[in-house]
Design a binder for this molecule. Structure first.
Ligand code: KG4
Ligand code: ZN
Length: 410
């Protein structure tokens, strides 16, 4: 399907950098990769061997600071990455019992993400690879989220992947380590961002059970004791028959409902509402329903165009928001209805970490793809689409969905 377009676009997307011939011979299980992640608010590092065994890792989360300041302030994130990156990398190496000289390559997230955060990881990594004369593997953060599952179990290409995090939501067919067909992406904000903002508007850090939780975690916890039917929010983009996402309108709907309830209860903004559990449940349900519908259409598009194997077609769900059990259940309903298996890494591998970056490095090292000499200058890219853009083809297919009831018990 679409071979000419895909091939032409794919040629354009090939790395434009000088390639490095790694100083090793045949594949050996002793090849070790250091992965470094700083694209958002987690400073992560890990050392993996070529089989995907995690030899050691370290992670510094900035979540508590950003919860206190009411969101990620890029300059604060940058400063915290600067303060922690050296220690985090040293810890990962020490815990692995690996000296820098033993590494086969260093893999680092260079796109997409917060510019100031990406810059810290990239600058550190380029100094590191030059000092130790090691190959450098620039990593696309979303490619890493998509491939993490293959570290945990054998998942052959191609497979469909839904990635949902604080910065992104996208649907893509993964056809190879660096070969993706993009079926849909968010037109405005990402679902994690929406949940974080709704949680903030509800002042959930004041809730005794939620003070240290991310917005998404807080919404999931409170929704367990809520009745989603007390509020009805419209599922976004009901009349647009593609696989793109939009969450900004939902946030407006929820915010207006919160304002109405504050008025009814006679309380100021910043006070915990009595109906907070119900609002959390209704918001979570609408996010789940939107994700389920777009994914359902993506599955039907893949089937109509032979993009997935007929035996054991797979949907991989990953990214921070994929930790949400309610959303997992919603997608299970869709995959059961369409005959796909749903695979989802455990929560600790869904959220950002150095392990997923090191694994992406291993996958690229194995295939000799995108491995650069240490002296090549690499720039970070705050915005970077993943793969060949097929969203117009999806829209042109104009696929109407059969109705599916998402009956999910908490
Ligand atoms: O992938 P990730 O760690 O960082 C980004 O690349 O953005 O995702 C972080 C996002 C945050 O917005 C957080 O609220 C959300 O994932 N998240 C959740 C849950 N745990 C984390 N959203 C819904 N339910 C959860 N259990
Ligand atoms: Zn992420």
């Amino acid at each position: 399907m679409f071979p000419t377009k895909v091939k032409a676009l794919h040629r354009l997307l090939q790395f434009r950098h000088t390639f490095w011939c790694p100083p090793f011979g045949k594949a050996s299980s002793s090849r070790l990769v250091l992965g470094i992640e700083t694209s958002c608010d987690d400073t992560g590092a890990a050392v993996l061997d070529e089989t995907g065994e995690i030899l050691g890792e370290s992670l510094h989360s900035q979540k508590d600071v950003h919860l206190r300041t009411g969101g990620i302030i890029p300059t604060v994130a940058q400063q915290l990455h600067r303060e922690n990156i050296e220690r985090v990398v040293q810890e990962a190496l020490q815990r692995s019992n690996v000296d820098a000289s033993q590494l086969s390559a260093v893999a680092t997230t260079v796109k997409p993400g917060l510019a100031l955060s990406l810059g810290v990881g990239l600058e550190f990594s380029q100094r590191f690879v030059r000092r130790h004369n090691k190959p450098f593997i620039p990593i696309h953060h979303m490619e890493a989220h998509a491939l993490t599952v293959r570290m945990l179990q054998p998942v052959p290409f191609p497979f469909l992947v839904l990635l949902v995090s604080g910065g992104h939501s996208l649907l893509a067919v993964a056809r190879g380590v660096d070969d993706f067909l993009l079926l849909g992406h968010s037109l405005d904000e990402a679902p994690g961002d929406t949940l974080d903002k709704v949680a903030r508007r509800l002042s959930l850090t004041k809730h005794p059970q939620c003070s240290t939780l991310s917005g998404g975690q807080a919404i999931e916890l409170l929704a367990k004791d809520g009745d989603r039917k007390k509020f009805r929010f419209r599922t976004p983009m009901g009349q647009t028959y593609d696989c793109c996402f939009s969450f900004a309108g939902l946030r407006t709907q929820v915010t207006m409902m919160i304002m109405k309830k504050e008025e009814e209860e006679g309380v100021e903004q910043g006070t915990l509402l009595s109906c907070v559990n119900d609002i959390a449940a209704a918001t979570q349900h609408t996010v789940a329903s939107h994700l389920a519908k777009r994914t359902h259409r993506a599955i039907l598009f893949c089937k109509a165009n032979g993009l997935l194997p007929s035996s054991s077609p797979t949907l991989v769900l990953s990214g921070g928001v994929a930790s949400n059990q309610y959303i997992r259940k919603a997608l299970t309903i869709i995959t059961e209805k369409t005959g796909l298996q749903l695979l989802c890494p455990p929560a600790k591998f869904c959220t950002d970490n150095g392990v997923m970056i090191a694994w992406n490095g291993v996958e690229r090292l194995r295939e000799g793809k995108g491995i650069l000499s240490p002296d090549v200058d690499v720039c970070y890219e705050a915005k970077a689409p993943l793969g060949v853009d097929m969203t117009a083809d999806v829209k042109a297919a104009d696929i109407k969905l059969p109705s599916v009831t998402l009956k999910i018990l908490n």
